[in-house]
Write a protein that binds this ligand. Structure first.
Ligand code: ADP
Length: 807
C-alpha cells in the first residue's frame, strides 16, 4: 500500500524527534557523569584534609597528655599518650595511602608526615625526660635517719621541704625554677664530726639534684622551642593544603557550573527543537486525521452506495429471474403439451420453435438466478447421500435425446466400480455435468461426446471423483481458452453464434466446482475437439440414508397402494429403482417385474394387473410391441410408457399400441406417483386424506430460498382462488371448456406443492369434463376441488403467518 505524503512526513519527523531526544539524552548523561566524577574527586581531597586535621588534633592531645604527665606523674596520662600516639600513627598510614594526584600534593603530604613525625619525636623525648628513673627521697631519708641518731638532742630536725607546685605548664618552664628548700631549726646545734659528714653528704646530694633539675629544664625548654617551630611549620602546611583545597573546590565549582551551563544549553536547544517537531507532527497528525476522516466518510458512503447498488442489482436479478421462471416454465410446459396434442404440421413446426426458445429462455433464467446467488454468496452446497452411478445414468438419459437428435454418440466409460453412495450435492453435480456435456453436444457436429468417470481414494472415507468430458467438436482456440471460465464470455464464431447463451454457464460451473472444494480445467484444439475435466472430493455416504430419503419422499394414498403393478425393464438398475420405490410405498407385495417384452406379455396375459409400467426400448420384443399384444387381449389394460417420446409419430404409435400415459426417464418419485394417480383418478375419491401437500419439491426448486418459496405459495393461493371462482362461474354458465381450461391452469402449480390429490381431481376435471357432465358428476367434483383448495390454502396461509418462510 502506498503511503500518503503526510504519513511519510510524520514518520520522518518522528524519527528525527527520537534521534534528537536520544542524542540529548546521551550528551546529558555524559555531562552528568563528568560532574559526578568531579564530585567524587573532590570528596577524596576533603578526606585527606580531614585526616590531616585529625592528626593535628591528635598532636594536641599528645602534647596535653605529656604535659599532664609531667605535672601529675600519673600513669593514666602516660597511657593516654601511648593510645593517641598509636592512633595518630594509623592516621599517618591512612594519609600515606591517600596520597594521590599531583606531585605537589604528594610532597605537601610528605612534609606533613615529616613534621608530624618530628613533633612526635619531640614529645617522646619530653615524656622520657619526665619519666623519673631514680627517686632521691630514700637516699635522703637514710641520711637524715643517720644524722638524727648522731645528734639526737642537739640537732634540730632539718626537713627538706619540696618546692611549691606551679600551676601552668609554661610558668613551670619559663618561671623561676623552684628547688627543694631545706629548713633548719635556727636553734644552736652542736654538731658531731659524723653528723657534719652526713650533712655534707646531704648537701652534695641536694646540689646534684638541683643541677640535674636545671639540666632537665634546659633540655625541655629546648624541645619546647623546637616544638613551637615544628608546630608553626605544620600549621603553615595545613593552611597551604587548605588553601589548595579551597582553590580546587572553586575550580571544580566553576567546572560544574560550566558543564551545567552546557547541559542546560543543549537541553534547551534540543527541547525547543523537539517541541517544534512535536508540534509539526501534531499539526500533520491533526491534518491527517481530518483528511482520513473525510476520506473514510467518503469511502463509507461509497461503500454503502456500492453495497446498495449491488444489493439492488442482486435483488433485481433475483426478482426478475424468479418472476420469469414461473411464466417461462409455464410456456415451456404448455408448449410441450401442445406439441403432444397438436397434429397440424405447420403449427407443430411453430410450436417446436417455441419449445426451443422457451427451453433456451429457461436456461438463461436459471443461469441468471444461479449467478446472482453465487454473487451474493447465497448459493449453498448441500450434503445429501446419493448414488453417483444413478446420477450419471440420469444425466445421460436427459442428454441422450439431444445427442441423438444431432446424430452424435454419447458414450460413458468408467474403469472402476464407483462407490455406491457418496455424500455431497447431487443436484449441483448434475448441474455441472449437464452444462459441460450439454456444451459438448452443442458444439460438436459429428463424432461423439464421451464422459469418463474415475475416482481416487483420498482418505478412509473420502473419494476424489474425477470427471472428463471429451468431444470431437469445434474446439476452442488457445487465446480464448484463458477466458472461457470468466463471467459472460462467449466465443464469437459462425458456429457458436447459432447457440446464443448467457456466457455464464462455464463461469457458474467453475464456481460450483470450487464451492465444492474441487478444481476444473480445459484442454482444447481448435477444430479438433475439447476435453474438460474436473474433480470434486466427496465423503462416503450411507445407503440407508438414500432409502430413508426415498421413504420420506411422498405420501402414497391407499388406493394407489392397493394397485397391482407390473414393471417391465431390461435395465437392472431401472428395475432396482422401481423395486425400491414400491417397497417403500408399502406395495411391494402387489408388485411384479419382467425383464423383457416376452416375459411382460406372458405375465400380463396370465395375471391381472391394474397397471403396467413399460420401458419402450428393449431388445427382441420392445415395449411398444409387447403393449400391442397385451392391449389386443386386454383393451382396458392401463400402460404407462417409461421413456422419452421424441416425436409425435412415436406418440401416435404408442397410442395405437394402447399406451395412453407417458413418463420420461429419469423421473422423480412424485412424478411416478402422479402419473399412477392420473391413470386411476376415479379410485381415489374415497381417500380420507384430501388436503395433502408437500413443500419439499418447492424447496428443492427454489434452492431453499424462503422468500421465493413464499412468493410461489402466494401465487398458488391467488391463482387457485381465482381459478376455483372461475370454474364455479363456468359451471353456472355451463361453459365446459372454460372449466377444463381453468382446471388446467390450477393443476400445474399443484405439482410444485405436491398437492397430488387436488392435482388428480383437477386433471380429471380438465380431461374428462364432458364425461363428468354426462354422468352428472361435474358439480360434486367441482365442490370437492373447491373444498381441497380451501383446505390447502388455509394450511398454507397459517404456515406463512407462523413465519415459516421469513429468512
Ligand atoms: P453459454 O452459457 O453461453 O453456453 P458457457 O460459459 O457455457 O456459455 O460457454 C462459453 C463459451 O465457451 C461458449 O459460447 C462456447 O463458445 C465455448 N464452449 C464451451 N464449451 C465448448 C465446447 N465443448 N467446445 C467448444 N466450445 C465450447
Amino acid at each position: 500500500m502506498k503511503r500518503s505524503g503526510i504519513e511519510l512526513n510524520m514518520i520522518v519527523l518522528a524519527i528525527l524527534i527520537v534521534l534528537a531526544v536520544g542524542i540529548s539524552g546521551i550528551l546529558v548523561h555524559r555531562s552528568l557523569t563528568d560532574i559526578v566524577n568531579s564530585i567524587h574527586a573532590e570528596a577524596s581531597t576533603d578526606f585527606k584534609l580531614i585526616i590531616i586535621k585529625d592528626i593535628s588534633l591528635d598532636l594536641l592531645e599528645i602534647e596535653n597528655s605529656v604535659e599532664l604527665f609531667a605535672l601529675t606523674r600519673s600513669n593514666t596520662n602516660l597511657k593516654k599518650y601511648r593510645d593517641v600516639n598509636k592512633r595518630l600513627n594509623e592516621r599517618l598510614k591512612l594519609l600515606a595511602e591517600n596520597k594521590t594526584e599531583t606531585e605537589e600534593d604528594a610532597s605537601l603530604i610528605d612534609s606533613v608526615q615529616t613534621l608530624v613525625n618530628n613533633k612526635l619525636k619531640i614529645w617522646e623525648e619530653i615524656k622520657e625526660i619526665n619519666v623519673e628513673k631514680n627517686d632521691p627521697q630514700p637516699q635522703f631519708d637514710e641520711l637524715y635517719t643517720l644524722l638524727a641518731q648522731k645528734d639526737i638532742d642537739t640537732v634540730k630536725v632539718e626537713v627538706l621541704v619540696p618546692p611549691e607546685k606551679k600551676k601552668g605548664f609554661f610558668k613551670k618552664i619559663f618561671g623561676k625554677k623552684d628547688t627543694a628548700v631545706i629548713r633548719i631549726d635556727t636553734s644552736y646545734v652542736e654538731v658531731s664530726p659524723e653528723s657534719e659528714a652526713i650533712r655534707e653528704e646531704i648537701e652534695a646530694l641536694e646540689t646534684g639534684l638541683i643541677m640535674q633539675e636545671q639540666r632537665k629544664n634546659r633540655r625541655e625548654l629546648k624541645l619546647i622551642q623546637q616544638n613551637i617551630l615544628v608546630t608553626g611549620k605544620l600549621n603553615n602546611l595545613i593552611a597551604q593544603i587548605e588553601e589548595a583545597e579551597r582553590d580546587a573546590l572553586i575550580h571544580k565549582n566553576n567546572e560544574a557550573d560550566r558543564l551545567a551551563t552546557i547541559i542546560y544549553k543543549r537541553l534547551s536547544s534540543f527541547s525547543v527543537v523537539a517541541v517544534i517537531m512535536l508540534f509539526v507532527v501534531l499539526l500533520l497528525f491533526v491534518r491527517y486525521l481530518s483528511k482520513s476522516r473525510k476520506v473514510q466518510k467518503a469511502l463509507k458512503a461509497a461503500k454503502q452506495e456500492t453495497e446498495k447498488l449491488a444489493q439492488a442489482k442482486e435483488n433485481f436479478m433475483a426478482n426478475v429471474s424468479h418472476e420469469m421462471r414461473t411464466p417461462v416454465n409455464a410456456i415451456h410446459g404448455l408448449t410441450e403439451q401442445l406439441l403432444q396434442e397438436e397434429t397440424n404440421a405447420s403449427v407443430n413446426q411453430k410450436l417446436g420453435i417455441l419449445l426451443t426458445s422457451s427451453k433456451h429462455l429457461k436456461e438463461v433464467v436459471n443461469d441468471t438466478l444461479d449467478f446472482s446467488k453465487i454473487q451474493a454468496n447465497k448459493l449453498k452446497i448441500s450434503a445429501t447421500d446419493f448414488a453417483p452411478e444413478n446420477l450419471i445414468y440420469e444425466i445421460l438419459a436427459i442428454l441422450k435425446p439431444e445427442a441423438e437428435a444431432k446424430n452424435i454418440e454419447l458414450l460413458y466409460r468408467c474403469e472402476h466400480t464407483l462407490p455406491a453412495v457418496l455424500l455431497g450435492d447431487p443436484f449441483r453435480l448434475k448441474q455441472i455435468l449437464i452444462n459441460i456435456i450439454g456444451n459438448a453436444i452443442k458444439f460438436t457436429e459429428k463424432g461423439n461426446v464421451t464422459l469418463l468417470v474415475d475416482y481416487k481414494r483420498i482418505g478412509d472415507d473420502q473419494f476424489d471423483m474425477q470427471f472428463q468430458i471429451i468431444d470431437t467438436g469445434i474446439g476452442i482456440s488457445e487465446e480464448n481458452l484463458d477466458s472461457i471460465f470468466e463471467d459472460f464470455v462467449q466465443i464469437e464464431t459462425d458456429y457458436t453464434r447459432k447457440f446464443r447463451g448467457t456466457g455464464l454457464g462455464l463461469s457458474i460451473v467453475k464456481k460450483l466446482v470450487e464451492l465444492q472444494n474441487g478444481e476444473i480445467g480445459i484442454k482444447s484444439v481448435l477444430n479438433d475437439g475439447t476435453s474438460m475435466f474436473f474433480h470434486i472430493p466427496y465423503k462416503l455416504g450411507l445407503l440407508d440414508n438414500i432409502l430413508q430419503a426415498v421413504q420420506h419422499g411422498v405420501s402414497v394414498p391407499a388406493h394407489v397402494k392397493a394397485l397391482r403393478i407390473l414393471g417391465v425393464d431390461d435395465d437392472e438398475y431401472n428395475r432396482y429403482l422401481l423395486r425400491i420405490i414400491f417397497e417403500k410405498w408399502g406395495m411391494i407385495s402387489n408388485y411384479t417385474e419382467a425383464k423383457n417384452g416376452n416375459e411382460a406379455v406372458d405375465l400380463a396375459l396370465s395375471e391381472n394387473f391394474d397397471l403396467i409400467l413399460m420401458d419402450l426400448r428393449m431388445p427382441d420384443l420392445n415395449g411398444m410391441e409387447a403393449s400391442k399384444i397385451i392391449t389386443r387381449a386386454k383393451p382396458q389394460q392401463k400402460i404407462i410408457a417409461l421413456a422419452t417420446i421424441n416425436s409425435e409419430a412415436e406418440r401416435t404409435m404408442c397410442k395405437n399400441a394402447g399406451i395412453n400415459y407417458f413418463l420420461s426417464k429419469p423421473y422423480a418419485e412424485s412424478e411416478l406417483l402422479e402419473i399412477i394417480e392420473t391413470t386411476h383418478v376415479n379410485a381415489k375419491h374415497n381417500d380420507a386424506d384430501l388436503s395433502t401437500f408437500d413443500l419439499s419439491e418447492l424447496e428443492r426448486l427454489t434452492n431453499g430460498d424462503k422468500t421465493f418459496m413464499k412468493e410461489m405459495i402466494e401465487v398458488f393461493i391467488r391463482t387457485s382462488q381465482t381459478g376455483i371462482t372461475n370454474i364455479k362461474q363456468a359451471l353456472e354458465q355451463k361453459k365446459w371448456e372454460k372449466i377444463s381450461e381453468e382446471a388446467h391452469k390450477i393443476a400445474s402449480p399443484c405439482k410444485h406443492i405436491k398437492a397430488d390429490i387436488l392435482y388428480s381431481k383437477l386433471k380429471e376435471l380438465e380431461k374428462n369434463t364432458e364425461k363428468l357432465v354426462r354422468s352428472n358428476q361435474i358439480t360434486s367434483l367441482v365442490l370437492a376441488v373447491e373444498n381441497d383448495v380451501n383446505q390447502i390454502n388455509t394450511a398454507l396461509l397459517s404456515q406463512i403467518e407462523a413465519g415459516n418462510f421469513s429468512s
